[in-house]
Ligand binder design. Structure first.
Ligand SMILES: C[C@H](O)[C@H](O)[C@H]1CNC2=NC(N)=NC(=O)C2=N1
Length: 96
């Protein structure tokens, strides 16, 4: 799958609140902050199921009620439509 240009990524991110292009320009990123660990982990579970359905997987870490996420398409070496789709699925999983 083809990588998207930085201008295209920025324009598509306007409909994904809190998401930004990474400093290296190769990924999109967001930190989610939940009410507590239970809510953070429920979000991760729902996101993991969406990721499996899409066969597209996040780089992420969790500390207590925060989840830091970086989405990139490893096989393409940058951001593709799949990353934007997974970000949208994660917004859904977060109740957005
Ligand atoms: C074989 C399998 O489809 C690939 O390894 C998939 C799995 N999940 C993936 N996830 C992400 N983020 N990038 C990939 O290139 C990727 N490749």
């Amino acid at each position: 799958m083809a990588t998207l240009g930085q201008d295209q990524v920025r324009s598509e991110l306007s409909s994904l609140p809190g998401w930004r292009l990474s400093a290296d320009g190769l990924a999109i990123e967001k930190q989610f902050v939940f009410r507590n660990f239970r809510a953070a982990f429920a979000f991760m579970t729902a996101s993991a199921l969406a990721a499996e359905r899409m066969d597209h997987h996040p780089e992420w870490s969790n500390v207590y009620r925060k989840v830091d996420i970086r989405l990139t398409t490893h096989s393409a070496g940058g951001v593709t439509e799949l990353d934007l789709k997974l970000a949208a699925a994660m917004e859904e999983a977060a109740g957005g």
